[in-house]
Design a protein around this ligand. Structure first.
Ligand code: BGC
Length: 418
């Protein structure tokens, strides 16, 4: 009797408390100026829905630190309500039963019909929707400094011979031709664009998605590796392990004339007040004009004890809605995941990215470095190997190829295809 009475009293008390906004803790690695603005845009949209975004931002380009923190939090039963998780990891974590299924939201907002096939496939597991895609980044982007190009009368290069002629002229004029950091993930980001340029999407998938060990002995990989090394003569010397934002600063400050990196750099240059097509331009990395090396930023919701499900569903629904897609991606540098994206509102970089991406699987290749192609183990091992080869001019190219094939053999077969 007493227990019943106490329970009732507690209930009355709880009902009498003022209604507080529901809080969602979101773990991500968006800490640069543009990344922060893009996240803040989501925060403000969420606020309008009466929801609080509690920020768990872990600095570090490409999310190396964030993934470590996320894993340890999940293992110690302290998962946040939402987190940036991308690529095959989404299905792996879904298989462990950690993620909230978003089928209700997806059905109601018709995600199946409104999201492009590749991002939609990347958030599904055995017929269930288990994540909300935010935007598509293009990795094979070459940025160039308009001022330096105009001053020297140069056109953006489309082929490698053109690139070399252009870079030689830039070097003779006293500028750094290619801004580049020695940080392993940034070296690997350049490397994967070079692999795509040499071999195209099908060969790229043989390597990093299907993991065919024999494909690693192919001369196309050898050529990509050698180009990576040859490009060093156009990079700052010595090469420092600068963050990607500091590397982009070289382009922004007219010290370097070009940079090859994912189009989050566009968001960042814009955030620094540099307008696309005025201060800088962008084209595809030479030899990849009709190809799209992509990475899809995505939020997953952790099921926990289901106490925040309503708020999490609201966040998921908001993320994919047309207005949030347009606003967020404009700041972030990526393009919407929606079929009905309005290309008239995009700048030339985004338009070219979107128009290439929508051509579908034949032109698309998933970024290895940015976790779209494989699990963490293969990614980490290949990135380390590429970095070692890049830093050690003594290592024969065939040795690097042999080591990568060895990694793939040791880690086992990959997907048949995706
Ligand atoms: C993410 C981007 C991010 C970039 C730099 C990539 O892996 O997809 O959203 O801006 O890393 O941190």
């Amino acid at each position: 009797m007493l227990i019943v009475f106490i329970n009732a009293a507690v209930c009355v008390l709880l009902l009498a408390l003022p209604v507080r906004a529901e809080t969602l803790e979101v773990l991500h690695w968006w800490t640069s100026a543009s990344e922060r603005r893009a996240a803040d845009f989501l925060v403000s949209r969420l606020e309008k829905e009466g929801l609080d975004w509690k920020d768990a931002a872990i600095p570090g380009g490409s999310g190396l630190g964030a993934m470590k923190v996320l894993k340890s939090r999940v293992l110690s039963d302290k998962a946040p309500q939402a987190a940036q998780l991308i690529g095959p990891a989404i299905a792996e974590w879904g298989d462990l039963g950690l993620l909230l299924e978003l089928d209700g939201v997806a059905k109601q907002a018709k995600w199946g019909a409104s999201i492009l096939p590749t991002p939609y496939a990347s958030v599904r597991l055995r017929g269930h929707v288990i994540a909300a895609p935010l935007g598509v980044h293009r990795i094979n982007t070459l940025f160039y400094n308009q001022k330096i190009f105009k001053q020297l009368g140069l056109q953006p290069p489309q082929t490698w011979p053109e690139f070399e002629r252009t870079a030689d002229k830039i070097k003779r004029a006293g500028f750094i031709p290619l801004a580049q950091s020695g940080e392993p993930w940034q070296v690997a980001t350049l490397f994967e664009s070079l692999v795509l340029s040499e071999g195209g999407p099908a060969y790229y998938r043989d390597l990093f998605v299907r993991r065919r060990a024999n494909a690693f002995f192919d001369p196309r990989l050898g050529r990509a590796l050698e180009r990576l090394r040859a490009l060093r003569r156009y990079m700052p010397d010595p090469i420092a392990e600068k963050s990607w934002t500091l590397t982009a600063k070289m382009l922004a400050k007219d010290e370097a004339a070009m940079m090859m990196m994912g189009d989050w750099v566009k968001g960042e240059l814009n955030a620094w007040g540099l307008a696309t097509d005025v201060a800088f331009g962008c084209v595809a990395v030479p030899g990849t004009a009709d190809m799209h090396l992509y990475s899809i930023d995505t939020l997953v919701m952790f099921a926990g004890n289901y106490s925040r499900q309503d708020a999490q569903e609201k966040l998921a629904q908001l993320i994919v809605s047309p207005a949030v897609q347009a606003g967020y991606n404009r700041i972030k540098g990526s393009v919407p995941v929606r079929r009905d994206a309005d290309i008239r509102q995009m700048d030339s970089c985004s338009r070219s990215s979107w128009q290439t991406f929508v051509k579908g699987g034949m032109v698309q290749a998933p970024s290895l470095t940015h976790r779209m192609a494989s699990d963490e183990a293969l990614k980490d091992a290949i990135v380390a190997q590429v970095h070692r080869y890049f830093m050690d001019p003594q290592m024969p190219t065939s040795e690097a190829q042999r080591r990568m094939a060895g990694i793939v053999r040791a880690l086992g077969a990959g997907e048949k295809d995706i």
